[in-house]
Ligand binder design. Structure first.
Ligand code: KG4
Ligand code: ZN
Length: 335
């Protein structure tokens, strides 16, 4: 089966062509057009600017993707497009484009949940995962733990009660004037810092549930910054130490809760996904802890952790096609 996946829920316009029979997942093309440079000057994504740029980019991105995959529309078996959660105007650009293509090309279409797609990015790496499995999904807007009984049975067992992990990275970067998006820039600064320099709070580390909380951690970074007059003089060493200590606190909580959930639910496999799963410390620590607990470990390549069309196409394999007339976006869709 050949699937064209389209993604436009936030600030990336993306398309991918995936060939799969369920046993192997081969990407024929994977094109992402990022708007980071455009939104950087605003310190975050401006929804109307994002939607306008999706309109400008989506057809060229699809054309480039089909050309790179050397595929004519006739060869595509199904379309898959993100329908939520995300920014409504951005979602509508992808969904309306996909509907028009489904109509013009006479193809079935699948509406894809963006968070499920992050999880299914794991199949691009390894389609022979062992179940039950626990997947940590960490993105800019969500932090969720999902229990999978099999490929299609997904149950949310935990989530953040306030900020998402990615949001915390973005806010800390803002506090330290490091730019946007926060995750990549904080982790780069952290490379030169001491993760033990500040003992930041690790909220809910030992709570009995599988929930997370990151707003207290962000506040404790804020108070630290306010108390340090030298930061105003832009001390690079201090900034690096704050980034390293903050990153360590986030990773400690994420990994502890994920491994605990996997052991409690007798899972065979631990998986990572979402934009924050691009974080090298999280990737290395989770792999190490999972394997030392005798659990299998899987994660997508870094470029398939942040938003992309490949994960949408992978999720499209597991989704039910619907007539294009029935496709609706839902900015608040939950997993
Ligand atoms: O999944 P994603 O690309 O978009 C959403 O669905 O939200 O995730 C974006 C989030 C942002 O908060 C960004 O700061 C974070 O992922 N992120 C990272 C890294 N790369 C991206 N966080 C920590 N370390 C990274 N290397
Ligand atoms: Zn995402």
């Amino acid at each position: 089966m050949i699937i064209l996946g389209l993604e436009s829920s936030c600030d990336e316009t993306a398309a991918a062509v995936l060939k799969t029979d369920g046993r192997s997942f081969t990407l024929l093309a994977n094109i992402v057009s990022s708007q980071i440079a455009i939104h950087k000057k605003y310190g975050g994504v401006v929804p109307e600017v994002a939607a306008r740029n999706h309109i400008k980019n989506i057809i060229p991105v699809i054309d480039e993707c089909l050309a790179a995959a050397k595929i004519k529309p006739q060869k595509i078996d199904r379309l898959a497009v993100t329908v939520g959660p995300g920014l409504i105007t951005s979602l509508m650009v992808g969904a309306e484009t996909a509907k028009n293509l489904a109509y013009a090309w006479h193809k079935p279409i699948c509406g894809i949940n963006h968070m499920r797609a992050h999880l299914y990015a794991n199949w691009l790496e390894n389609p022979k995962l062992k179940f039950p499995a626990v997947c940590l999904i960490v993105s800019g807007g969500h932090t969720e733990l999902i229990l999978l009984k099999n490929q299609k049975s997904l149950k949310k067992i935990g989530q953040t009660v306030d900020d998402a992990a990615g949001e915390a990275f973005d806010k800390v970067a803002q506090l330290l004037n490091l730019g946007y998006p926060g995750g990549p820039v904080v982790s780069k600064w952290a490379l030169n810092g001491n993760p033990k320099a500040f003992n930041f709070a690790r909220p809910m580390l030992h709570s009995k549930d599988y929930n997370f909380s990151f707003s207290g951690l962000k506040t404790s970074v804020l108070y630290t910054v306010k108390k340090l007059p030298s930061l105003k003089a832009n001390s690079a060493k201090l900034k690096a130490d704050i980034c390293a200590s903050f990153q360590q606190a986030v990773v400690d909580v994420l990994v502890h809760k994920t491994i605990k959930a996997a052991l409690d639910f007798n899972a065979q496999t631990v998986m990572l996904s979402g934009g924050v799963a691009a974080n090298q410390l999280l990737r290395d620590t989770c792999k190490l802890k999972a394997e030392s607990s005798r659990l299998n470990f899987n994660m997508p390549q870094i470029k398939n952790c942040t938003d992309n069309g490949a994960m949408i196409a992978a999720a499209g394999y597991f989704a039910q096609p619907i007539p294009w007339q029935k496709l609706r976006v839902d900015p608040n869709l939950s997993i």
